[in-house]
Design a protein around this ligand. Structure first.
Ligand code: SF4
Length: 226
């Protein structure tokens, strides 16, 4: 499946599912999973589970999004090690490993080959009210976990962007030192309502990051960047 999030990327799902239950996941990944009723009921219910038969079925794309239909932090360590082992066989590809619980990556840091980029999502710096959005670690904890990972290659996705404190949030992103940042608005505003920043605030935020030499890549930016 071509990933909708990153151009020229394919998703590889030797593990699927997640229990963080983000409100914006229900009409996207979880809705896609509902089409799997005939193939796998665990996929259908979006519960964490592995698909070992896919371990050696790595997509041909140059860039591979690992376990994009779920959060790998629900995967048992031994199985994640099997995934990392497979990744090591393809030094010319780039692999993105993403989790909203970045602490999970700690035991594997020395095992990741240099073509692995770690990713987390930070939609906002606001902890207050976050529990109605997701059961994942609150933004301040997630930021701290990701920032403190001793790993040289990181990317942050700010998507779907929620309202935030301009200077504090920009400071967080700068502290993390990401190779680049993805940012985008809620792509399903008719199905999910989240507190959003104004377009001008997002523009200002992007300018702050660029001023710190952070590359910003946009997804659904509703034409604010022209
Ligand atoms: S963390 Fe990711 S996979 Fe899990 S519910 Fe949220 S958006 Fe879906």
């Amino acid at each position: 499946m071509k990933s909708r999030m990153y151009a020229d990327v394919k998703t590889w799902n030797p593990f699927n599912g997640c229990l963080f239950d983000c409100v914006y996941c229900r009409p996207s990944f979880q809705a896609q999973a509902k089409r799997q009723a005939r193939n796998c009921m665990e996929c259908y219910h979006y519960v964490p589970h592995s698909h070992p038969e896919r371990l050696d079925d790595i997509p041909s794309a140059e860039t591979v999004f690992v376990c994009g239909n779920g959060d790998i932090s629900f995967c048992i360590e031994e199985y994640t090690e099997s995934i990392i082992q497979r990744v090591g066989r393809y030094p010319k590809k780039t692999f993105y490993f993403q989790s909203k619980r970045p602490d999970y990556f700690k035991p594997f840091l020395s095992q990741f080959p240099s073509n692995v980029i770690l990713v987390t999502t930070l939609e906002t710096n606001w902890d207050q009210g976050y529990r109605i959005i997701s059961k994942a670690p609150i933004p301040s904890k997630r930021y701290e976990q990701f920032r403190s990972l001793d790993y040289p290659r990181k990317v942050v996705t700010i998507e779907p962007v929620m309202d935030f404190d301009l200077d504090i949030f920009a400071g967080w992103i700068v502290d993390i030192k990401p190779e680049h940042v993805w940012i985008g608005f809620n792509s399903k505003p008719n199905q999910v309502q989240i507190p959003e920043p104004s377009k001008s605030k997002v523009l200002e935020f992007i300018e702050l990051l660029k001023a710190q030499d952070i590359e910003v890549r946009g997804k659904d930016l509703r034409d604010i960047t022209g």
